[in-house]
Design a protein around this ligand. Structure first.
Ligand code: PLP
Length: 396
């Protein structure tokens, strides 16, 4: 951090970051010097937003949707979200409980800030999306890591979660399918977890289901929404960034228990006021329009997943479990003799491959690397060839 003569709030020193954006900046800088860089770092689909969604936004602007909208989101989009959740999970969601937000990240910020303060404990997956731990620390709460292990396909076990709950636990963060590992929690384990949570009614749950439509080989991404017994303490995080290739639109949504929605809405009024109006109309087109573009994307990811996992497992010192969802692989690189951060830096500088060190997702990520396979098959093949060359010739 750059030092300033000004006095910042102490909490600013506790805020972490998402290394993916730093790696992206370094990759762009190397490209600007004429280097060829294959970007398997950043987690965003390499597809364009489907045309009918773009057209809906253009039409919204032409139709004069230029002003503020209700802080909670336009009713038409909240109804479309409820209808989509019904289509996917067969649950009835009241549109009055839906909050439209500028990206999935905003839901986690709101949920963590709503519950986090000194003395409070928040359980979060590790390795996991780095912003969970960052915002927990920012809030002053104590982060309680839930280690996710390769041996269980990076899926949590109910016993591990329940063993970490104390009277001070306020919030439990779940993420399946998961970033950075692609792990998917089996239904039996979620059943067991929800049954166990009955003994801990003081614990709220935030379920990050942003990769919920990206599962492979018939795996099932079970939504926590399908458990009515926790409906009064469940916050659902979902959005448009991944499913509809809309990362730059900044559009997401959350479902809140009735008692929490006014607090979340107040956080919205105090921060962003409302989400970009045209983006909200685009969201309606995304949810109500043809499903083929999203399905085609998942088919492409499925093919790339097979390709990259096979290639990684052929590299000396590298082994990779087959992830059940999302668009990431999390190979074990401990056999290369390099730690995660060194390998990330050297792959970028010496081989022109942008990846993210496992430690960017928490201390439990040492010995691993995250690669996003939201890249063409050609790019994946080339990256794997360069990775192999690097391992064959790199000095240790
Ligand atoms: N949750 C997880 C697990 C993610 O991986 C991401 C983005 O990478 C988000 C939430 C945030 O999504 P958005 O870009 O919509 O803010």
């Amino acid at each position: 951090m750059v030092q300033t003569g000004l006095t910042l709030a102490a909490r600013m020193g506790r805020l972490g970051t998402e290394t993916a954006f730093e790696v992206l900046a370094r990759a762009k800088a190397l490209e600007a010097q004429g280097r060829s860089i294959i970007n398997l770092g950043i987690g965003q689909p390499d597809f364009a937003t489907p045309g009918h969604i773009v057209e809906a936004a253009v039409k919204a602007l032409a139709d004069g949707h230029h002003g503020y909208t209700p802080a909670q989101g336009i009713p038409e989009l909240r109804r479309a979200v409820a209808a989509d959740l019904h289509r996917r999970h067969k649950v009835a969601v009241d549109p009055a409980q839906v909050l439209i937000v500028p990206g999935g990240k905003v839901t986690m910020f709101f949920a963590i800030m709503m519950f986090g303060e000194p003395g409070a404990e928040i359980i979060y997956p590790n390795p996991g999306f780095p912003i969970y731990e960052s915002v927990i620390r920012f809030s002053g709460a104590t982060p309680v890591p839930l280690p996710l292990k390769e041996a269980t396909g990076f899926a949590l076990t109910a016993d591990d979660v329940l063993a970490r709950i104390t009277p001070a636990t306020r919030l439990l963060i779940l993420n399946s399918p998961a970033n950075p590992t692609g792990g998917v929690v089996p239904k039996a384990e979620i059943d067991k977890l929800v049954a166990g949570l009955a003994r801990h009614p003081h614990v709220a749950i935030m379920s990050d289901e942003i990769y919920g439509e990206m599962v492979y080989d018939g795996a099932e991404a079970v939504s926590l929404l399908t458990y009515p017994e926790i409906a009064d303490r469940l916050i659902l995080l979902d959005g448009f960034s991944k499913t509809y290739a809309m990362t730059g639109w900044r559009l997401g949504y959350s479902v809140w228990p009735k008692a929490l929605l006014p607090h979340a809405e107040r956080l919205a009024v105090n921060s962003h006021s409302c989400v970009n109006a045209a983006a909200q109309w685009a969201g309606i087109a995304a949810l109500g329009g043809p499903r083929e573009p999203a399905l085609r994307m998942v088919d492409a990811f499925a093919q790339r997943r097979g390709r990259i996992v096979a290639a990684l497992n052929r590299l000396p010192g590298v082994s990779c479990v087959m992830p059940g969802g999302a668009f990431y692989v999390f190979p074990n690189i401990s056999g290369t003799g390099l730690d995660s951060r060194t390998l990330q830096a050297r792959l970028l500088d010496e081989a022109g491959i942008a990846t993210i060190a496992g430690t960017s997702f928490g201390a439990e990520g040492e010995g691993y690397l995250r690669l996003s396979y939201a890249a063409s098959l050609e790019a994946i093949d080339e990256a794997m060839a360069r990775f192999g060359e690097f391992l064959a010739h790199a000095s240790r």
